[in-house]
Write a protein of this length. Structure first.
Length: 330
């Protein structure tokens, strides 16, 4: 099966040679499942689509800005790439300026084999140099082509002698330090959203299929299809919204949770409390467990405390500092 993309449509040709329209999401799924062997696309595919299950990229149209090729490579050379080695093939007519420049970029400065780092000054000038070459008289183009190749050679030597190698610095920065466990994981979020009594009044929530839910917040005319699983969102990005901290729907749920009646805000008798600093908005959570008030450092711990059958109590005054407000969550 082959795929092409016209400016305003996406079509798939089956084994019988017939073309039919398909969504971008479905095309990606077919490619991942090997229902499609190759995908022909414009630069529209160099942004927003992840193809880490592909092993080869063929550039049949070499742009004057080499960073566009880097963007294309970034669609397959990314976290989750299944192949140990990926192949990048650049096609150009022999003896053209594109062939000369891209050959020099690959052979002399090893572009497309690592991070651009200290090569950025070279790349930033290339688009203008391409334009200058295109405006040269026909009889001067051969000499201009050699001048450009020589300039690339000299620029590569200058970059190699630079005192600061951004690539090396970046490589060191990629080494992740030991980090504390997150206070909220996506699996815990999924568990909380399906936990009885957790969602605020007026929020409609129902399971659609594995990992997908229907969500409607007060004021929403239509139900939104959401997921808390990154893999599902990656495969169904056109039909799903990713429900995670920082997203608009997630923040709206949080707003509905804490914007309750004045009595709920003012009361301190309960089993789970949110204590908020009035100045910086920082929050911490306290919960009653086994008759004792404990601080909770994860959503999972808060959920477990809701199973505690202790009789609600007033929050001890010594657990709330000056300049802090208390909200009862349960």
């Amino acid at each position: 099966m082959a795929v092409t993309r016209a400016p305003a449509e996406r079509k798939v040709r089956d084994g019988a040679g017939f073309w039919s329209e398909r969504s971008k999401e479905l095309i990606k799924q077919l490619l991942k499942a090997r229902g499609i062997k190759f995908l022909v696309c414009t630069d529209a595919a160099s942004e927003g689509l992840n193809f880490q299950f592909c092993g080869m990229l063929v550039n049949y149209d070499l742009p004057w800005n080499p960073m566009k090729v880097e963007q294309r490579i970034g669609r397959i050379d990314r976290i989750g790439q299944k192949y140990a080695t990926i192949r990048v093939v650049n096609l150009a007519y022999e003896d053209t300026i594109e062939a000369v420049v891209y050959s020099a970029l690959r052979q002399r400065i090893k572009l497309f084999e690592g991070m651009v780092g200290r090569l950025q000054p070279i790349l930033s000038r290339l688009t203008k140099q391409f334009e200058e070459f295109a405006l040269e008289r026909k009889e001067n183009r051969e000499a201009a082509k050699h001048r450009l190749a020589a300039d690339l050679d000299q620029s590569a030597r200058d970059a190699a002698q630079a005192s600061l190698d951004i690539d090396e610095v970046a490589a060191e920065a990629l080494e992740m330090p030991d980090l504390p466990p997150p206070a909220l994981t996506l699996s815990e979020l999924d568990l909380a959203l399906n936990y009885p009594g957790v969602l605020p009044t007026g929020v409609e929530w129902r399971r659609l299929d594995a990992g997908s839910y229907g969500l409607r917040l007060p004021g929403m005319a239509d139900e939104a299809r959401v997921t808390t699983q990154a893999e599902i969102f990656d495969d169904h990005f056109e039909s799903h919204q990713f429900l995670s901290p920082g997203g608009s729907l997630f923040e709206r749920i949080g707003g509905e949770s804490v914007t309750q009646t004045d009595d709920a805000v003012a009361a301190t008798e309960g089993r789970v409390w949110m204590v908020e600093d009035r100045v910086n908005g920082a929050c911490r959570f306290l919960a009653l467990r086994g008759g004792r008030v404990e601080q909770c450092d994860s959503l999972g711990k808060i959920l477990r405390t809701t199973e505690d059958q202790s009789v609600p109590v007033a929050l001890p005054v010594d657990r709330v500092g000056k300049g802090e407000d208390v909200r009862v969550l349960a």
